[in-house]
Design a protein around this ligand. Sequence first.
Ligand code: FAD
Length: 277
Amino acid sequence: MTTAVAAPFRFFSLQVVRTRRLGPSLVRVTFAGDELREFHSNGCDQSLSLFLPHPGQTEPAVPVELGDGWWQAWRELPDDVRAVMRSYTLRSLRRDPDEVDIDFVLHEPAGHASRWAAQAGPGDRVLLLGPAIADNRAIRFRPPEGTDLTLLWGDESALPAIAAILESLPAGQRVRAWLEVHDAGNIQDLVTEADAQITWLVQDGGSTEGSPMALGAIRDAQLPDAERPYVWIAGESSHIKALRRHFVGERGVDRRSVTFVGYWRQGLTEEQLRAAE
Ligand SMILES: Cc1cc2nc3c(=O)[nH]c(=O)nc-3n(C[C@H](O)[C@H](O)[C@H](O)COP(=O)(O)OP(=O)(O)OC[C@H]3O[C@@H](n4cnc5c(N)ncnc54)[C@H](O)[C@@H]3O)c2cc1C
């Protein structure tokens, strides 16, 4: 039995039921657990905090029994005991049976979470800090009323979010999406009823240094006329900053209509990124 943290988020104790390779550097991990009955989300870019065990531990160490006091007590645990916290996106939620999918990038250099995902198998235990209320502040994709063009950019880490966003958009909604992947094998079939034009950009040599390839592709793109464009960009931090500058500075998009989220930063672990922000 886990303790509620603070509505609308709570802990969910989950086990891996299966994994599936989606591409050379993407793996889908499917989780189940009785507590998922209380998990509710409107999807899109729903972000989650995942707590992972260290090698040799059977479950992640988070003192959830302390209720609101869990955070301080978790931080005070020794480094090699304290569960590793990482941010991920809800790729899908299904009912009967209750299951959630999370798609992990298997990156190099590897990190704790990518290593965990590469080796995950049925029965492995994790804790998820996720939503108990469907419309919650960990969904950042919020096109303003009257949006007539949605522009999306993401690298592989944001592919789960963009895939879920596209699935949620209604017929007739105009969308241009650019997705940047390391390997053509990571390209997926994306399902949407929206009027979407999707461009896949495959990085050569695997380098993510410098500007995203998309900056060139987006600069060159002839975008349809729109009075109220909405931009959503997520991925490597310096890339999203460059793209945001482009959309606001060069394309004149109202900065309030740009959602940009640094999902990771070249050379930094997630702890280091959080400390640097
Ligand atoms: C809101 C939000 C949602 C996210 N959703 C997802 C998701 O659905 N799927 C997903 O895979 N990631 C997602 N991420 C990104 C993920 O949290 C980071 O990639 C995280 O750093 C992975 O942890 P790690 O332990 O594997 O690597 P870390 O220990 O954090 O980092 C180790 C090294 O790997 C590098 N690195 C980290 N991520 C990547 C990457 N994607 N590609 C190349 N190098 C990398 C770092 O720069 C560092 O040098 C999301 C992030 C946020 C903030």
